[in-house]
Design a protein around this ligand. Structure first.
Ligand code: M6R
Length: 603
């Protein structure tokens, strides 16, 4: 969840490190810091809060160095303050860490008994102290890394530098890490994300777990070397020389990335069918026809899980196959029944979500075919799965996932149609075009959504309800609202209201009632029940639905005709906008909501 960048080369190392950290800031923004070598000694600058605070301090101090490492933090152990910010440094080493050392407190206790001192409350510093202890004994950085790695538990990635050296070191277990170089410029790089290195590194290397990366640099030469923890040379890494393009991250005419990403959706939908209906995409989709699973496990977290709940309906209906949708954090620990003829579909925007990756590993161990619905090409999930169905959403910067949800659902729809042998190019194109046009219409009606948001944003709580295919949209609508507007919101299956949550309803509560043509009468009567208890109703449904409009205090109707399976996607766009405008009225940090990070690489 934290962002890591390391550099050694002829230019001022602070520049690429800061640029990389800025690109990764959406992954964690509690605090940030850099350490760098001056006259062979380690210097450090750390700041609490967003990276702009660090930048201001750097501007002030104007450091110059050829070797530096940097970090943006999403706190796991220890409060958010400068002391706990990374890098963690002593007279010999400086380290940055992404992940969790699960047995940190036991190790710390032992080290303290041995006389080692700690400056912070972080688990990360335990690794620094271990490294130092072993270095005193072995005089070898690689051996010290290896000994420390053997002792710690949990998923982590570390990048390290040391005094008197222009080398950088790194190692990881179950957390993302890449190495890079630019041979012409004699530069070496390390990062938690290749995105930070695009435009800098010519070659990117993806080491596997427990492979030590040693990157050396002199004025004449650079080398990138990999070792096993045993000290042997390692071949367990992949190299990618292919140029990666940088999806330029700017907000365009929009005030926030989230809004920009919401507006990108109609264009992306067209790109998606163009990709999947052309030769390369078509071939990929055809591959799914070779699977005749008895059972499909769809796994993801957060918004990706909600997308899975929508996709389940497609597979069940079109393929008559049993499907279970599971939260990755639960699936991985509950000994699920996995059979050889099952398939696992792992949904993830980032492809780096720790729980999703662990669930995928579990399936692979049990010989279950792992397929991904993923946005980031080259991510860990992408590399681990047998086939990858890219959602082609482009870079998603807003921590609240919007366009990824839409594209995940549509990709799942195409996979399901293809597996069922029902993929008709012309029909899909027509459906997707209609969806894109109707989304555009919704996007042109923000004044109405703003007015609704304005009327209700100060209410006590928000209950989103829906039945059937709209239930996941109720969950997603509530998630979006709580994460960016910091208000209490819950998603419920409308039929569940009277099993408990209806007790919450009074004139201070808002019910966002999603009622499509499916199960219309049932969902409408649930809305009436809320109305009778003085709940404020925001009706979301078909533009021609007079009954729902009649029962609603505020109504947002859309043209759902002809959309059939894709109606939930359209409805969800109005939920995205509603959350956005409530958050704006609340004055929150929409793109970087408090306590969250874009990519959850710790469990
Ligand atoms: O990168 P992933 O799709 O695996 O991420 C999963 C969730 O962490 C993510 O969807 C999260 O719930 C978003 N903040 C929701 O907006």
């Amino acid at each position: 969840m934290c962002g890591i960048v390391g550099y050694s080369g002829p230019q001022n190392a602070i520049i690429p490190v800061l640029e990389g950290l800025t690109r990764l800031e959406y992954r964690g923004y509690d605090s940030a810091g850099v350490s760098y070598l001056v006259n062979n000694e380690i210097q450090i600058i750390k700041k609490e809060g967003k990276i702009d605070n660090l930048k201001a301090e750097i501007k002030n101090k104007n450091p110059f160095s050829h070797t530096a490492i940097g970090h943006t933090r999403w706190a796991t152990h220890g409060a958010v303050n400068e002391l706990n910010a990374h890098p963690h440094t002593n007279e010999t080493f400086s380290i940055v860490h992404n992940g969790i050392i699960e047995n940190a407190s036991e190790i710390k206790e032992d080290l303290q008994k041995e006389g080692f001192k700690f400056k912070s409350d972080t688990d990360s510093e335990v690794f620094l102290v271990l490294l130092t202890k072993y270095f005193l004994q072995t005089k070898s950085v690689k051996d010290s890394i290896s000994l420390a790695m053997k002792l710690i538990r949990g998923n982590s990635a570390f990048v390290m530098m040391m005094k008197d050296s222009t080398s950088l070191y790194a190692v990881k277990r179950g957390a993302p890490l890449v190495a890079g170089n630019n041979p012409a410029k004699k530069e070496i790089y390390l990062s938690s994300d290749p995105y930070a290195l695009i435009g800098f590194a010519e070659n990117i290397y993806f080491p596997e777990d427990e492979v030590i990366c040693e990157l050396n640099r002199t004025d004449k030469d650079i080398e990138v070397k990999f070792f096993e923890l045993s000290g042997q040379k390692s071949e367990r890494y992949k190299a990618q020389a292919k140029k990666m393009s940088l999806d330029v991250a700017n907000k365009g005419e929009h005030e926030h990335f989230m809004l920009k990403e919401i507006y990108e959706q109609p264009g992306l939908i067209k790109n998606l069918y163009e990709y999947y209906l052309n030769q390369e995409g078509r071939q990929l989709l055809t591959k799914i026809t070779k699977y005749k699973p008895d059972f499909i496990h769809i796994i993801g977290c957060g918004t990706a899980w909600h997308a899975g709940l929508v996709i389940k309906n497609f597979f069940e209906e079109q393929n008559k196959v049993r499907v279970n949708v599971e939260l990755a954090s639960e699936f991985r620990y509950r000994n699920p029944i996995l059979k050889k003829n099952d398939i696992g579909i792992f949904i993830s925007q980032s492809g780096e979500t720790a729980d999703t990756l662990a669930s995928c590993d579990l399936c692979i161990e049990e010989k279950v075919t792992a397929l991904s619905i993923v946005n980031v090409e080259g991510s860990t999930l992408y590399r681990n799965c047998a086939e990858n169905f890219l959602i082609k959403a482009g870079l998603e910067i807003g921590v609240a996932s919007t366009k990824a949800f839409t594209m995940q659902v549509l990709t799942g729809y195409l996979m399901s149609l293809s597996m069922a042998g029902k993929l008709e190019a012309k029909k899909v194109q027509k459906e997707f075009d209609l969806l894109a046009d109707n989304i555009k219409q919704v996007l042109s009606r923000t004044t109405e959504i703003k007015a609704i948001a304005d009327a209700v944003y100060n209410k006590k709580g928000f209950i989103f309800t829906g039945r059937g295919i709209y239930f996941p949209i109720a969950l997603e609508g509530a998630l979006k609202l709580k994460e960016i507007a910091y208000v209490h919101a819950e998603g419920y299956a409308a039929g569940e209201l009277k099993h408990g949550p209806i007790a919450l309803i009074d004139q201070h509560m808002v019910n966002i009632s999603i009622v499509g043509p499916e199960l219309h009468e049932k969902a409408l009567s649930n809305t009436e029940e809320v109305k009778s208890r003085r709940g404020l109703i925001i009706g979301i449904g078909d533009e021609k639905d007079k009954k729902l409009k009649g029962v609603s205090d505020y109504y947002f109707g859309m043209n759902l005709e002809g959309l059939d399976h894709l109606r939930p996607v359209l409805v969800n766009i109005s939920m995205q906008l509603f959350a956005y405008y409530v958050a704006k009225l609340k004055g929150t940090d929409i793109d970087k909501p408090r306590n969250l990070a874009k990519s959850v690489t710790v469990e």
